[in-house]
Design a protein. Structure first.
Length: 264
Protein backbone atom coordinates (compact mmCIF):
# COMPACT_ATOMS: atom_id res chain seq x y z
CA UNK A 1 0.00 0.00 0.00
CA UNK A 2 2.80 2.41 0.90
CA UNK A 3 4.66 1.60 -2.33
CA UNK A 4 1.46 2.28 -4.29
CA UNK A 5 1.12 5.71 -2.69
CA UNK A 6 4.74 6.53 -3.59
CA UNK A 7 4.05 5.61 -7.22
CA UNK A 8 0.84 7.63 -7.03
CA UNK A 9 2.92 10.66 -5.99
CA UNK A 10 5.32 10.06 -8.89
CA UNK A 11 2.53 9.95 -11.48
CA UNK A 12 1.57 13.69 -11.54
CA UNK A 13 5.25 14.65 -11.47
CA UNK A 14 5.82 12.60 -14.62
CA UNK A 15 2.77 14.20 -16.23
CA UNK A 16 4.24 17.64 -15.64
CA UNK A 17 7.64 16.54 -16.93
CA UNK A 18 5.96 15.12 -20.04
CA UNK A 19 4.30 18.49 -20.64
CA UNK A 20 7.68 20.23 -20.47
CA UNK A 21 9.27 17.76 -22.89
CA UNK A 22 6.50 17.91 -25.51
CA UNK A 23 5.10 21.41 -24.99
CA UNK A 24 6.21 22.58 -28.45
CA UNK A 25 4.05 20.01 -30.25
CA UNK A 26 1.33 19.06 -27.78
CA UNK A 27 -2.18 20.20 -28.85
CA UNK A 28 -4.55 21.85 -26.39
CA UNK A 29 -6.55 18.64 -25.96
CA UNK A 30 -3.41 16.87 -24.80
CA UNK A 31 -2.54 19.73 -22.46
CA UNK A 32 -5.99 19.62 -20.87
CA UNK A 33 -5.73 15.85 -20.41
CA UNK A 34 -2.45 16.38 -18.56
CA UNK A 35 -3.94 19.20 -16.50
CA UNK A 36 -7.03 17.37 -15.27
CA UNK A 37 -5.28 14.84 -12.96
CA UNK A 38 -3.04 17.60 -11.58
CA UNK A 39 -6.08 19.82 -11.00
CA UNK A 40 -7.94 17.00 -9.23
CA UNK A 41 -5.02 16.38 -6.86
CA UNK A 42 -4.54 20.04 -5.99
CA UNK A 43 -8.29 20.43 -5.38
CA UNK A 44 -8.21 17.39 -3.10
CA UNK A 45 -5.35 18.82 -1.04
CA UNK A 46 -6.94 22.26 -0.81
CA UNK A 47 -10.33 20.78 0.05
CA UNK A 48 -8.88 18.88 3.00
CA UNK A 49 -7.47 22.08 4.52
CA UNK A 50 -10.57 24.09 3.60
CA UNK A 51 -12.86 21.64 5.40
CA UNK A 52 -10.74 21.88 8.53
CA UNK A 53 -10.68 25.69 8.40
CA UNK A 54 -14.43 25.83 7.81
CA UNK A 55 -15.11 23.75 10.91
CA UNK A 56 -12.86 26.01 12.98
CA UNK A 57 -14.42 29.22 11.62
CA UNK A 58 -18.05 28.15 11.89
CA UNK A 59 -17.69 26.24 15.13
CA UNK A 60 -15.72 28.89 17.01
CA UNK A 61 -16.77 32.27 15.61
CA UNK A 62 -20.17 32.08 13.91
CA UNK A 63 -23.63 31.57 15.29
CA UNK A 64 -25.00 28.20 14.23
CA UNK A 65 -28.26 29.52 12.76
CA UNK A 66 -26.89 32.66 11.09
CA UNK A 67 -27.09 33.11 7.31
CA UNK A 68 -23.30 33.42 7.13
CA UNK A 69 -22.92 30.12 8.96
CA UNK A 70 -25.36 28.40 6.59
CA UNK A 71 -23.54 29.88 3.58
CA UNK A 72 -20.16 28.68 4.82
CA UNK A 73 -21.55 25.20 5.43
CA UNK A 74 -22.72 24.73 1.86
CA UNK A 75 -20.46 22.11 0.31
CA UNK A 76 -21.02 23.39 -3.24
CA UNK A 77 -19.77 26.89 -2.38
CA UNK A 78 -16.68 25.47 -0.70
CA UNK A 79 -15.95 23.06 -3.54
CA UNK A 80 -16.35 25.63 -6.32
CA UNK A 81 -14.09 28.10 -4.53
CA UNK A 82 -11.34 25.48 -4.16
CA UNK A 83 -11.68 24.47 -7.83
CA UNK A 84 -11.36 28.12 -8.89
CA UNK A 85 -8.18 28.65 -6.86
CA UNK A 86 -6.73 25.32 -7.95
CA UNK A 87 -7.36 26.12 -11.63
CA UNK A 88 -5.32 29.31 -11.31
CA UNK A 89 -2.53 27.39 -9.60
CA UNK A 90 -2.50 24.71 -12.30
CA UNK A 91 -2.09 27.27 -15.08
CA UNK A 92 0.72 28.97 -13.14
CA UNK A 93 2.37 25.60 -12.50
CA UNK A 94 2.27 24.53 -16.15
CA UNK A 95 3.62 27.86 -17.39
CA UNK A 96 6.36 28.15 -14.76
CA UNK A 97 7.51 24.55 -15.22
CA UNK A 98 8.64 25.38 -18.75
CA UNK A 99 11.52 27.46 -17.35
CA UNK A 100 12.75 25.09 -14.67
CA UNK A 101 16.33 24.01 -15.49
CA UNK A 102 17.29 20.31 -15.73
CA UNK A 103 19.17 20.33 -12.41
CA UNK A 104 16.03 21.60 -10.67
CA UNK A 105 13.96 18.82 -12.20
CA UNK A 106 16.35 16.32 -10.64
CA UNK A 107 15.74 17.96 -7.27
CA UNK A 108 11.97 17.83 -7.84
CA UNK A 109 12.05 14.12 -8.62
CA UNK A 110 14.15 13.59 -5.48
CA UNK A 111 11.59 15.68 -3.60
CA UNK A 112 8.93 13.01 -4.16
CA UNK A 113 10.42 10.23 -1.96
CA UNK A 114 11.67 12.84 0.53
CA UNK A 115 8.14 14.18 0.99
CA UNK A 116 6.74 10.67 1.22
CA UNK A 117 9.01 9.51 4.03
CA UNK A 118 9.01 12.89 5.81
CA UNK A 119 5.22 12.89 5.87
CA UNK A 120 5.16 9.43 7.41
CA UNK A 121 7.76 10.43 10.02
CA UNK A 122 5.93 13.66 10.86
CA UNK A 123 2.62 11.86 11.32
CA UNK A 124 4.28 9.52 13.78
CA UNK A 125 5.86 12.45 15.61
CA UNK A 126 2.51 14.21 15.97
CA UNK A 127 0.90 11.30 17.78
CA UNK A 128 0.08 12.48 21.27
CA UNK A 129 0.42 16.11 20.17
CA UNK A 130 -2.80 16.48 18.16
CA UNK A 131 -6.16 14.75 18.31
CA UNK A 132 -6.40 11.23 16.94
CA UNK A 133 -7.01 11.15 13.20
CA UNK A 134 -5.72 14.66 12.58
CA UNK A 135 -2.01 13.83 12.37
CA UNK A 136 -2.04 13.40 8.60
CA UNK A 137 -3.91 16.66 7.97
CA UNK A 138 -1.57 18.71 10.17
CA UNK A 139 1.54 16.99 8.76
CA UNK A 140 0.53 17.73 5.17
CA UNK A 141 -0.35 21.32 6.01
CA UNK A 142 3.08 21.89 7.54
CA UNK A 143 4.90 20.13 4.71
CA UNK A 144 3.22 22.25 2.01
CA UNK A 145 4.71 25.40 3.53
CA UNK A 146 8.13 23.97 4.43
CA UNK A 147 8.61 22.17 1.11
CA UNK A 148 7.64 25.27 -0.87
CA UNK A 149 10.10 27.47 1.02
CA UNK A 150 12.97 24.99 0.63
CA UNK A 151 12.37 24.55 -3.11
CA UNK A 152 12.10 28.31 -3.62
CA UNK A 153 15.42 28.82 -1.82
CA UNK A 154 17.10 26.12 -3.92
CA UNK A 155 15.70 27.53 -7.17
CA UNK A 156 16.62 31.12 -6.33
CA UNK A 157 20.08 30.15 -5.13
CA UNK A 158 20.76 27.97 -8.17
CA UNK A 159 19.70 30.64 -10.62
CA UNK A 160 22.31 32.99 -9.14
CA UNK A 161 24.93 30.78 -10.82
CA UNK A 162 23.01 30.20 -14.06
CA UNK A 163 23.99 32.17 -17.19
CA UNK A 164 21.30 34.76 -17.85
CA UNK A 165 20.38 36.76 -20.92
CA UNK A 166 21.86 40.25 -20.78
CA UNK A 167 19.14 42.73 -21.68
CA UNK A 168 21.07 45.86 -20.73
CA UNK A 169 21.92 46.74 -24.34
CA UNK A 170 18.23 46.58 -25.31
CA UNK A 171 15.49 49.07 -24.67
CA UNK A 172 12.66 48.05 -22.38
CA UNK A 173 10.38 47.59 -25.40
CA UNK A 174 12.98 45.51 -27.28
CA UNK A 175 13.43 43.35 -24.17
CA UNK A 176 9.70 42.65 -24.00
CA UNK A 177 9.46 41.82 -27.72
CA UNK A 178 12.52 39.55 -27.62
CA UNK A 179 11.26 37.66 -24.56
CA UNK A 180 7.79 37.14 -26.08
CA UNK A 181 9.29 35.76 -29.30
CA UNK A 182 11.19 33.06 -27.40
CA UNK A 183 7.98 31.34 -26.27
CA UNK A 184 6.62 29.04 -28.96
CA UNK A 185 3.80 26.79 -27.75
CA UNK A 186 1.55 24.74 -29.99
CA UNK A 187 -1.42 25.15 -27.64
CA UNK A 188 -2.90 28.63 -28.01
CA UNK A 189 -4.68 28.24 -24.67
CA UNK A 190 -1.40 28.56 -22.80
CA UNK A 191 0.65 30.49 -25.37
CA UNK A 192 -0.60 33.97 -24.32
CA UNK A 193 0.06 33.17 -20.66
CA UNK A 194 3.53 31.85 -21.46
CA UNK A 195 4.40 34.95 -23.49
CA UNK A 196 3.06 37.27 -20.80
CA UNK A 197 5.06 35.42 -18.19
CA UNK A 198 8.21 35.58 -20.35
CA UNK A 199 7.83 39.34 -20.81
CA UNK A 200 7.23 39.86 -17.09
CA UNK A 201 10.22 37.69 -16.20
CA UNK A 202 12.55 39.44 -18.63
CA UNK A 203 11.58 42.93 -17.47
CA UNK A 204 11.79 42.07 -13.79
CA UNK A 205 15.05 40.18 -14.36
CA UNK A 206 16.57 43.23 -16.01
CA UNK A 207 15.41 45.47 -13.19
CA UNK A 208 16.60 43.08 -10.48
CA UNK A 209 19.98 42.40 -12.09
CA UNK A 210 20.66 46.10 -12.38
CA UNK A 211 19.91 46.44 -8.69
CA UNK A 212 21.98 43.38 -7.76
CA UNK A 213 25.04 44.78 -9.52
CA UNK A 214 25.12 47.50 -6.87
CA UNK A 215 25.09 44.92 -4.06
CA UNK A 216 28.27 43.26 -2.84
CA UNK A 217 26.70 41.26 -0.01
CA UNK A 218 25.78 37.66 -0.94
CA UNK A 219 22.74 37.65 1.34
CA UNK A 220 21.52 40.86 -0.28
CA UNK A 221 21.77 39.24 -3.70
CA UNK A 222 19.93 36.18 -2.47
CA UNK A 223 17.15 38.40 -1.10
CA UNK A 224 16.87 40.08 -4.51
CA UNK A 225 16.55 36.72 -6.25
CA UNK A 226 13.93 35.60 -3.75
CA UNK A 227 11.92 38.69 -4.61
CA UNK A 228 12.36 37.86 -8.28
CA UNK A 229 11.16 34.27 -7.77
CA UNK A 230 8.09 35.14 -5.71
CA UNK A 231 5.87 34.21 -8.66
CA UNK A 232 7.71 30.92 -9.03
CA UNK A 233 6.90 30.29 -5.39
CA UNK A 234 3.23 29.98 -6.32
CA UNK A 235 4.05 27.21 -8.78
CA UNK A 236 6.15 25.41 -6.17
CA UNK A 237 3.26 25.76 -3.71
CA UNK A 238 1.06 24.07 -6.31
CA UNK A 239 3.74 21.38 -6.83
CA UNK A 240 3.82 20.63 -3.10
CA UNK A 241 0.03 20.39 -2.88
CA UNK A 242 -0.05 18.13 -5.93
CA UNK A 243 2.48 15.71 -4.44
CA UNK A 244 0.92 15.55 -0.98
CA UNK A 245 -2.63 14.91 -2.22
CA UNK A 246 -2.07 11.18 -2.92
CA UNK A 247 -1.22 10.74 0.78
CA UNK A 248 -4.75 11.77 1.78
CA UNK A 249 -6.76 8.78 2.83
CA UNK A 250 -10.50 8.48 2.30
CA UNK A 251 -11.05 8.18 6.04
CA UNK A 252 -9.53 11.64 6.54
CA UNK A 253 -12.06 13.34 4.27
CA UNK A 254 -14.91 11.16 5.52
CA UNK A 255 -14.15 12.25 9.08
CA UNK A 256 -14.27 15.93 8.14
CA UNK A 257 -17.37 15.58 5.99
CA UNK A 258 -19.20 13.46 8.55
CA UNK A 259 -18.64 15.96 11.35
CA UNK A 260 -19.84 18.74 9.14
CA UNK A 261 -19.14 22.35 10.05
CA UNK A 262 -18.86 22.03 13.77
CA UNK A 263 -16.02 21.13 16.08
CA UNK A 264 -16.29 18.18 18.37
Amino acid sequence: MQAFRLLYMLFPGLLLLGWVMWSDSLPCVGVLLLMLPVLALIVLNMLEVALLRRRALVGMYLEGESWLSRLMCRKAVLFLWQVTKATVLVFILFVEALDWPPWFWLLLLLDIPVLFFTSHWLEQSLQGQVKAGAQGIIARRLLVTVNTLILALLLAGGWMFEPQTDYRDMSWQATAVYAAQQEQLHCELLAPLARTKAVQQALVERLVRQGLEMLTNTWGKLAGWLLFFFWSGLSLWAWSRMLLAPLIQKVDLDRLMHKGCYLG
